[in-house]
Design a binder for this molecule. Sequence first.
Ligand code: SAH
Length: 348
Amino acid sequence: MEEKVKKKDIRALTLDQLREFFVNNGDKAFRGNQVYEWLWQKSAHTFDVMTNISKETRDLLTSNFVINHIKVDQIQRSSDGTIKNAVRLHDDLVVESVLIPTKSRTTACVSSQVGCSLDCKFCATSRLKRMRNLNPDEIYDQVVAIDNESRLYFDRPLSNIVFMGMGEPLMNYNNVLKAIDKITSPEGLGMSPKRITVSTSGVPKMIKKMADEEVKFNLAVSLHSAIDEIRTSIMPFNATMNLADLREALQYWYSKTKNRITYEYVVWKGINDSQKDADALVQFCRFAPSKVNLIEYNPIDDGQFQQANDKAIEMYVATLERKGITVTVRRSRGKDIDAACGQLANKI
Ligand code: SAH
């Protein structure tokens, strides 16, 4: 009986490894460059489309490798133009990514994990068990899919990327960084890292590691409270990765990258809507140059969390502005299709 060999995902290979594969198989190293271009720049889904490569070589590839390309299973469009993709992976798991259009920009919000291992009480994704990390090519493919949609529906390429979909990007550190490398490299999409934002719930060790690598993309931190007791009650992992550790990591980040930090912050009724909460946020912002995005809460059914009233938001804005801290109030997009922050939970 023929032994079934598990074929390798060809996009896990670097360009050098691919060149070496061809040399080892009696071909020219240059063949590796041709195939690499098909895989990354031309987003080939099969070996058969690689028309400048002989049938024999394509057969060699087919017998050794697979291309684990994602498949956009379902597209939902919101009345505000937001598009949500349900993305099927090669092992039939599903993640979501979102295209957010504004007048001048198209932003892709991409997932980094299937589910999430963190337990933020207000986030729909936290209710899904973390199944696995996404591979770099699966992250890259989500971006390419949204770039194509942006060209198709809005007649312009993708302009920005935020890692604010499902999962905690810093818990899938290596693959997220590899994906960003590919997105920013000329052999990939050639996008500027300045247009990419990685959003983390705050994993101090990984923030420091990123700082050491002097990455060029932006960092956003989902803070939601600058008081340990309150933060731990809504983001339980804060018990072990507390605000003092986070603060130290962020100071280190700034010292290395000189890149201002964005804090994502939702104000909830009765949880963090008092003057004391706003004052604590101001204190926290003092440790490193930063700005605050006050984001609207997107309800996820159980009623435990409610968006604070406008007066509380105004109090936050006034408190921050008085201390010279830049603050923006963000409206949600794509709520009618469950595509807004924290609503991604494969409810299709
Ligand atoms: N794990 C990463 C990225 C995913 S969450 C992180 O925590 O940053 C993306 C953003 O949506 C975060 O700022 C998160 O705090 C916020 N968010 C989660 N649930 C939300 C909800 N129900 N309403 C509004 N924002 C939410």
